[in-house]
Design a protein around this ligand. Structure first.
Ligand SMILES: Nc1nc2c(ncn2[C@@H]2O[C@H](COP(=O)(O)OP(=O)(O)O)[C@@H](O)[C@H]2O)c(=O)[nH]1
Ligand SMILES: [Mg+2]
Length: 217
């Protein structure tokens, strides 16, 4: 396992249990375009948030080992709904609409962001939000706004770097450390930053263990 700053380290048993969990059946449950169309908050949920094109859908596919479960797209901003996936009948994974999508009309963009924001504020069964950041770019101003909203709503969140296959190992490590330092004083941020690649699978086993711990601890 990679050594990361402020590390919570998982045992071999925990990593294996998380692997088994994510190998269980998973299905697309539903997409909700409105806040009153969400499923009842009767199961633990973890959500994946981040800018359009950061790799949310690809990461959900990598976690579940399913190539086409969540629709990944080269076209930014295609996912306009909150999409729910049901894992092993006992954990929901939530793919949130991407923020910072410039090509949507202003009112459209606002509507999707309002939906994501309303979900994040009012979801009592939400165990943790994974805030995805492109490892090449790091935290941007729009990301900081999302972090502010999560801190204000007191929703526990953790930063996940995506697309680390695009960086050299030393660059990736520097980005992990820089990002961890930036969120260190944020009240609702989980201190450990997880570095992943949906392309190579790097960090995916580790993230599965994080999700299992957050959902069922
Ligand atoms: N190299 C690389 N590309 C990735 C990775 N994850 C996603 N992508 C690409 O980034 C683009 C956006 O991915 P997607 O999952 O649709 O992002 P979303 O809009 O956040 O759901 C697609 O072209 C993916 O193939 C990764 O780990 N490595
Ligand atoms: Mg997507």
């Amino acid at each position: 396992m990679d050594e990361t700053p402020a590390g919570e380290v998982f045992s071999t048993e925990e990593v294996e249990a998380a692997r088994v969990l994510f190998a269980r059946p998973v299905e697309f449950l539903m997409g909700a375009a409105r806040i009153d169309g969400l499923p009842p908050p009767d199961l633990p949920e973890v959500a994946f948030a981040g800018r359009s094109n950061v790799g949310k859908s690809s990461l959900i596919n990598a976690l579940t080992g399913r190539r086409h479960l969540a629709r990944a797209s080269t076209e930014p901003g295609r996912t306009r709904e909150v999409n729910f996936f049901l894992l092993d009948g006992r954990l929901r994974l939530t793919d949130l609409p991407g923020y910072g999508f410039a090509r949507a009309s202003r009112s459209d963009a606002r509507r999707f962001q309002d939906l994501g924001r309303a979900y994040l504020r009012g979801r009592p069964n939400l165990r943790r939000v994974y805030l995805l950041i492109d490892a090449r770019h790091g935290l941007k101003a729009t990301d900081a706004e999302a972090l502010d909203a999560l801190d204000q709503a007191a929703v526990s969140y953790q930063i996940v770097l995506t697309k680390t296959d695009k960086l050299k190992p030393a660059e990736a490590l520097a980005m992990i450390e820089a990002t961890a330092a930036k969120v260190a004083r944020r009240p609702a941020a989980f201190p450990r930053v997880v570095a992943t690649s949906a392309e190579t699978g790097s960090g995916i086993a580790d993230l599965r263990a994080e999700v299992a711990a957050a959902a069922f601890a």
